[in-house]
Design a protein around this ligand. Structure first.
Ligand code: SF4
Ligand code: SF4
Length: 97
């Protein structure tokens, strides 16, 4: 499928952990990317500064839905499901140091 013109939902709904020009720590889910124009186009399209994750992301029916609202609702649910939860007390944090 093709990207919906003027959508921009994934540039708002998804979290990005890599640096974005103007957002050196990336962006949390639900925050509008600073590089998204008022008409929901990427200012960095085709530029080398565009994050690799944005270049790789392809529209798909499940994520994009039929409307911007459907896409944002899907991403909100996805981010909530994949957010790291609290470590249960009494168990060691098994993270690489
Ligand atoms: S949510 Fe889908 S249709 Fe909307 S901008 Fe992202 S990839 Fe394109
Ligand atoms: S850099 Fe461009 S494609 Fe990536 S989130 Fe921002 S506006 Fe969207």
């Amino acid at each position: 499928m093709n990207c919906r013109p003027g959508c921009g939902a994934c540039c708002i709904g998804l979290s990005i952990s890599s640096p974005i020009p103007g957002m050196p720590n990336g962006k949390p889910a639900g925050v509008r990317c600073i590089q998204l124009t008022d008409d929901n186009l990427c200012r960095l399209y085709g530029a080398p500064e565009r994050p690799a994750v944005c270049v790789r992301l392809r529209p798909n029916a499940e994520m994009c839905g039929k409307t911007v609202e459907e896409a944002l609702a899907y991403m909100e649910k996805l981010e909530a499901e994949t957010r790291p939860g609290p470590v249960p007390s009494g168990e060691p944090e098994n993270r690489p140091s």
